[in-house]
Design a protein around this ligand. Structure first.
Ligand SMILES: C[S@@+](CC[C@H](N)C(=O)[O-])C[C@H]1O[C@@H](n2cnc3c(N)ncnc32)[C@H](O)[C@@H]1O
Length: 271
Protein backbone atom coordinates (compact mmCIF):
# COMPACT_ATOMS: atom_id res chain seq x y z
CA UNK A 1 0.00 0.00 0.00
CA UNK A 2 2.34 2.72 1.20
CA UNK A 3 5.88 3.48 2.22
CA UNK A 4 6.04 6.17 4.88
CA UNK A 5 9.16 8.25 5.30
CA UNK A 6 9.09 9.07 9.00
CA UNK A 7 11.18 11.82 10.55
CA UNK A 8 12.29 10.76 14.02
CA UNK A 9 13.52 14.14 15.23
CA UNK A 10 17.04 14.72 16.54
CA UNK A 11 17.30 11.58 18.66
CA UNK A 12 15.24 11.66 21.83
CA UNK A 13 12.38 9.19 21.62
CA UNK A 14 9.78 11.66 22.89
CA UNK A 15 10.58 14.12 20.11
CA UNK A 16 9.05 11.73 17.59
CA UNK A 17 5.77 13.32 16.53
CA UNK A 18 2.43 11.79 17.50
CA UNK A 19 1.75 11.08 13.82
CA UNK A 20 5.18 9.54 13.32
CA UNK A 21 4.68 7.23 16.27
CA UNK A 22 1.24 6.17 15.03
CA UNK A 23 2.76 5.19 11.67
CA UNK A 24 5.59 3.26 13.36
CA UNK A 25 3.10 1.41 15.54
CA UNK A 26 1.02 0.21 12.63
CA UNK A 27 3.77 -0.43 10.05
CA UNK A 28 4.40 -4.08 9.19
CA UNK A 29 8.10 -3.37 8.84
CA UNK A 30 10.26 -0.37 9.76
CA UNK A 31 13.56 0.17 7.92
CA UNK A 32 16.33 2.32 9.30
CA UNK A 33 19.48 3.46 7.51
CA UNK A 34 21.74 3.60 10.57
CA UNK A 35 22.44 2.59 14.14
CA UNK A 36 21.19 5.80 15.76
CA UNK A 37 17.91 5.99 13.87
CA UNK A 38 17.41 2.33 14.65
CA UNK A 39 17.87 2.89 18.37
CA UNK A 40 15.24 5.66 18.33
CA UNK A 41 12.86 3.53 16.27
CA UNK A 42 13.18 0.58 18.65
CA UNK A 43 11.75 2.77 21.41
CA UNK A 44 8.47 2.62 19.48
CA UNK A 45 8.70 -0.61 17.48
CA UNK A 46 9.51 -4.15 18.67
CA UNK A 47 12.81 -5.45 17.21
CA UNK A 48 11.05 -8.16 15.17
CA UNK A 49 9.38 -5.48 13.04
CA UNK A 50 12.67 -3.71 12.23
CA UNK A 51 13.88 -4.46 8.69
CA UNK A 52 17.45 -4.62 7.44
CA UNK A 53 18.90 -2.47 4.70
CA UNK A 54 22.64 -2.12 4.15
CA UNK A 55 24.42 0.95 2.91
CA UNK A 56 28.14 0.94 2.09
CA UNK A 57 30.36 3.62 3.65
CA UNK A 58 31.50 4.99 0.31
CA UNK A 59 31.29 8.09 -1.85
CA UNK A 60 31.55 6.01 -5.04
CA UNK A 61 28.39 6.94 -6.93
CA UNK A 62 28.06 3.62 -8.75
CA UNK A 63 28.19 1.64 -5.50
CA UNK A 64 25.72 3.99 -3.86
CA UNK A 65 23.27 3.72 -6.74
CA UNK A 66 23.52 -0.07 -6.60
CA UNK A 67 22.91 -0.05 -2.83
CA UNK A 68 19.79 2.10 -3.26
CA UNK A 69 18.48 -0.14 -6.02
CA UNK A 70 18.89 -3.15 -3.74
CA UNK A 71 17.27 -1.35 -0.80
CA UNK A 72 14.32 -0.26 -2.97
CA UNK A 73 13.91 -3.82 -4.31
CA UNK A 74 13.84 -5.19 -0.74
CA UNK A 75 11.39 -2.56 0.53
CA UNK A 76 9.00 -2.37 -2.45
CA UNK A 77 7.17 -5.71 -1.92
CA UNK A 78 6.41 -4.82 1.73
CA UNK A 79 5.19 -1.35 0.75
CA UNK A 80 3.02 -2.83 -2.06
CA UNK A 81 1.37 -5.48 0.06
CA UNK A 82 1.21 -3.72 3.41
CA UNK A 83 2.53 -0.70 5.24
CA UNK A 84 6.25 -0.06 5.46
CA UNK A 85 8.16 2.81 7.05
CA UNK A 86 11.65 4.14 6.49
CA UNK A 87 12.93 6.29 9.34
CA UNK A 88 15.49 9.07 9.29
CA UNK A 89 16.83 11.32 12.01
CA UNK A 90 15.45 14.84 11.87
CA UNK A 91 13.20 15.42 8.88
CA UNK A 92 13.14 13.07 5.85
CA UNK A 93 13.30 15.98 3.41
CA UNK A 94 16.23 17.83 4.95
CA UNK A 95 19.73 16.62 4.01
CA UNK A 96 18.46 13.10 4.30
CA UNK A 97 18.96 9.64 2.80
CA UNK A 98 15.22 9.37 2.25
CA UNK A 99 15.39 11.38 -0.98
CA UNK A 100 17.56 8.64 -2.53
CA UNK A 101 15.02 6.00 -1.63
CA UNK A 102 12.07 8.00 -2.95
CA UNK A 103 13.81 8.65 -6.29
CA UNK A 104 14.90 5.03 -6.64
CA UNK A 105 11.40 3.75 -5.91
CA UNK A 106 9.96 6.27 -8.36
CA UNK A 107 12.31 5.00 -11.09
CA UNK A 108 12.08 1.22 -10.54
CA UNK A 109 8.92 0.65 -8.47
CA UNK A 110 6.54 3.45 -9.45
CA UNK A 111 3.52 1.53 -8.15
CA UNK A 112 4.67 2.14 -4.54
CA UNK A 113 2.96 5.08 -2.92
CA UNK A 114 5.17 7.25 -0.78
CA UNK A 115 4.08 9.53 2.04
CA UNK A 116 6.24 11.62 4.33
CA UNK A 117 5.68 12.34 8.01
CA UNK A 118 7.79 15.38 8.86
CA UNK A 119 10.06 15.31 11.86
CA UNK A 120 11.65 17.86 14.17
CA UNK A 121 14.71 18.86 12.18
CA UNK A 122 17.96 20.05 13.68
CA UNK A 123 17.40 23.03 11.38
CA UNK A 124 14.91 24.22 13.98
CA UNK A 125 15.96 22.29 17.11
CA UNK A 126 19.44 23.84 17.07
CA UNK A 127 17.97 27.26 17.86
CA UNK A 128 16.49 26.11 21.16
CA UNK A 129 19.57 24.06 22.05
CA UNK A 130 21.99 26.91 21.37
CA UNK A 131 19.76 29.64 22.81
CA UNK A 132 19.59 31.38 19.45
CA UNK A 133 16.66 33.29 18.02
CA UNK A 134 16.19 33.41 14.28
CA UNK A 135 13.96 36.45 14.42
CA UNK A 136 11.26 37.29 11.96
CA UNK A 137 12.85 38.69 8.81
CA UNK A 138 16.28 37.14 9.41
CA UNK A 139 17.85 34.92 6.77
CA UNK A 140 19.49 31.59 7.50
CA UNK A 141 21.51 29.55 5.00
CA UNK A 142 22.24 25.81 5.24
CA UNK A 143 25.68 24.53 4.30
CA UNK A 144 27.98 21.58 4.90
CA UNK A 145 31.17 21.95 6.90
CA UNK A 146 32.73 18.53 6.57
CA UNK A 147 36.48 17.93 6.84
CA UNK A 148 37.28 21.49 7.91
CA UNK A 149 35.19 23.22 5.24
CA UNK A 150 33.90 26.69 6.11
CA UNK A 151 31.60 28.16 3.48
CA UNK A 152 31.02 31.86 4.09
CA UNK A 153 28.91 34.69 2.70
CA UNK A 154 25.43 34.80 4.26
CA UNK A 155 24.84 36.61 7.58
CA UNK A 156 23.74 33.45 9.34
CA UNK A 157 24.82 29.93 8.51
CA UNK A 158 23.88 26.55 9.85
CA UNK A 159 26.62 24.07 8.99
CA UNK A 160 25.99 20.32 9.07
CA UNK A 161 28.61 17.56 9.26
CA UNK A 162 31.19 19.65 11.08
CA UNK A 163 33.76 16.91 11.50
CA UNK A 164 36.83 19.09 12.07
CA UNK A 165 35.64 21.80 14.44
CA UNK A 166 39.01 23.55 15.04
CA UNK A 167 39.72 23.92 11.29
CA UNK A 168 36.21 25.14 10.49
CA UNK A 169 36.32 27.51 13.45
CA UNK A 170 39.57 29.13 12.41
CA UNK A 171 38.24 29.93 8.93
CA UNK A 172 34.84 31.16 10.09
CA UNK A 173 36.21 33.47 12.77
CA UNK A 174 38.78 34.85 10.30
CA UNK A 175 35.85 35.61 7.97
CA UNK A 176 34.13 37.63 10.71
CA UNK A 177 31.68 35.17 12.24
CA UNK A 178 30.85 34.34 15.82
CA UNK A 179 30.36 30.57 15.94
CA UNK A 180 28.59 28.22 18.33
CA UNK A 181 28.58 24.45 18.15
CA UNK A 182 26.06 21.80 19.07
CA UNK A 183 26.86 18.13 19.32
CA UNK A 184 24.30 15.36 19.79
CA UNK A 185 21.53 17.83 20.55
CA UNK A 186 18.35 16.33 21.99
CA UNK A 187 19.96 12.94 21.52
CA UNK A 188 19.83 10.08 24.01
CA UNK A 189 22.96 8.43 22.70
CA UNK A 190 26.24 10.10 23.66
CA UNK A 191 26.87 13.36 25.43
CA UNK A 192 25.11 16.59 24.41
CA UNK A 193 27.55 19.47 24.05
CA UNK A 194 26.92 23.16 23.40
CA UNK A 195 29.93 25.44 23.24
CA UNK A 196 31.74 28.17 21.35
CA UNK A 197 35.14 26.78 22.29
CA UNK A 198 36.48 24.66 19.41
CA UNK A 199 39.04 22.99 21.69
CA UNK A 200 36.18 21.24 23.52
CA UNK A 201 35.10 19.51 20.32
CA UNK A 202 38.44 18.64 18.78
CA UNK A 203 37.50 14.97 18.37
CA UNK A 204 35.48 13.98 15.31
CA UNK A 205 31.77 13.38 15.78
CA UNK A 206 29.48 13.38 12.76
CA UNK A 207 26.54 14.61 14.87
CA UNK A 208 27.99 18.08 15.21
CA UNK A 209 26.64 21.29 13.73
CA UNK A 210 27.77 24.90 13.79
CA UNK A 211 25.76 28.09 13.85
CA UNK A 212 27.73 31.05 12.52
CA UNK A 213 26.51 34.62 12.71
CA UNK A 214 28.31 37.62 11.23
CA UNK A 215 29.62 39.87 13.97
CA UNK A 216 27.98 43.27 14.30
CA UNK A 217 24.66 42.51 12.67
CA UNK A 218 22.38 45.44 13.41
CA UNK A 219 18.93 43.89 13.31
CA UNK A 220 17.58 44.02 16.85
CA UNK A 221 13.89 43.17 17.11
CA UNK A 222 11.70 45.96 18.51
CA UNK A 223 11.27 44.26 21.89
CA UNK A 224 15.04 43.95 22.39
CA UNK A 225 14.69 47.39 24.03
CA UNK A 226 13.09 45.63 27.02
CA UNK A 227 16.23 43.65 27.82
CA UNK A 228 17.83 44.87 31.02
CA UNK A 229 14.71 46.76 32.10
CA UNK A 230 14.58 46.77 35.91
CA UNK A 231 10.82 46.65 36.35
CA UNK A 232 7.83 46.33 34.13
CA UNK A 233 7.02 49.99 34.67
CA UNK A 234 10.62 51.13 34.30
CA UNK A 235 10.53 51.16 30.53
CA UNK A 236 8.43 52.85 27.95
CA UNK A 237 5.29 50.86 27.42
CA UNK A 238 1.91 51.07 25.80
CA UNK A 239 0.74 50.33 22.30
CA UNK A 240 2.71 51.67 19.39
CA UNK A 241 0.10 53.59 17.48
CA UNK A 242 2.42 54.50 14.64
CA UNK A 243 3.05 51.03 13.33
CA UNK A 244 1.05 48.00 12.43
CA UNK A 245 3.56 45.49 13.70
CA UNK A 246 2.76 41.83 13.19
CA UNK A 247 2.53 39.95 16.44
CA UNK A 248 3.28 36.47 15.17
CA UNK A 249 6.97 37.07 14.64
CA UNK A 250 7.87 37.78 18.25
CA UNK A 251 9.58 35.36 20.57
CA UNK A 252 9.91 34.88 24.28
CA UNK A 253 13.34 33.33 23.84
CA UNK A 254 16.33 34.96 25.42
CA UNK A 255 18.94 34.31 22.78
CA UNK A 256 22.63 34.62 23.28
CA UNK A 257 25.52 35.26 20.98
CA UNK A 258 24.13 38.17 19.00
CA UNK A 259 26.87 40.44 20.27
CA UNK A 260 29.57 37.86 19.77
CA UNK A 261 30.03 37.34 23.50
CA UNK A 262 31.44 34.00 24.56
CA UNK A 263 28.87 33.49 27.26
CA UNK A 264 25.94 32.81 25.01
CA UNK A 265 23.90 29.62 24.95
CA UNK A 266 22.96 27.26 27.73
CA UNK A 267 25.67 25.84 29.95
CA UNK A 268 23.90 22.58 30.37
CA UNK A 269 22.26 19.99 28.19
CA UNK A 270 19.32 21.47 26.32
CA UNK A 271 17.11 18.64 27.48
C1 LIG B 1 22.62 14.25 6.80
S1 LIG B 1 22.25 15.54 7.95
C2 LIG B 1 20.66 15.04 8.51
C3 LIG B 1 19.77 16.18 8.90
C4 LIG B 1 18.43 15.70 9.39
N1 LIG B 1 17.67 15.08 8.33
C5 LIG B 1 17.62 16.83 10.03
O1 LIG B 1 16.56 17.19 9.51
O2 LIG B 1 18.04 17.31 11.08
C6 LIG B 1 23.28 15.06 9.26
C7 LIG B 1 23.87 16.23 9.98
O3 LIG B 1 22.86 16.85 10.74
C8 LIG B 1 23.41 17.29 11.97
N2 LIG B 1 22.69 16.62 13.05
C9 LIG B 1 21.74 15.69 12.92
N3 LIG B 1 21.24 15.36 14.12
C10 LIG B 1 21.93 16.09 15.04
C11 LIG B 1 21.86 16.22 16.45
N4 LIG B 1 20.97 15.54 17.17
N5 LIG B 1 22.70 17.10 17.04
C12 LIG B 1 23.57 17.83 16.32
N6 LIG B 1 23.67 17.76 14.98
C13 LIG B 1 22.85 16.90 14.35
C14 LIG B 1 24.88 16.96 11.98
O4 LIG B 1 25.59 18.09 11.52
C15 LIG B 1 24.94 15.83 10.97
O5 LIG B 1 26.22 15.78 10.36
Amino acid sequence: MTLYGVGLGPGEADLVTVRGRAVLERADVVYSPGRLSRSVATEHVPPERIGDVDFPMTRAEGKLRQAWKEAAAAIAPHAREGTAAFVTLGDPNVYSTFGHLRRTLGAFHPEVEVEVVPGVSTVTAFATALGVEIASGASLALREGDRGAAPTGPDRLLLFKVTDVPATHEKLTAAGYHVQYGRRLFMEQGETRVTDDPAELADRDYYTLAYAEKRGLDDEPVTAAFEGAETETGVESGPDTETTAQTDGGSLASPGGRDGSTESGPEVSPR
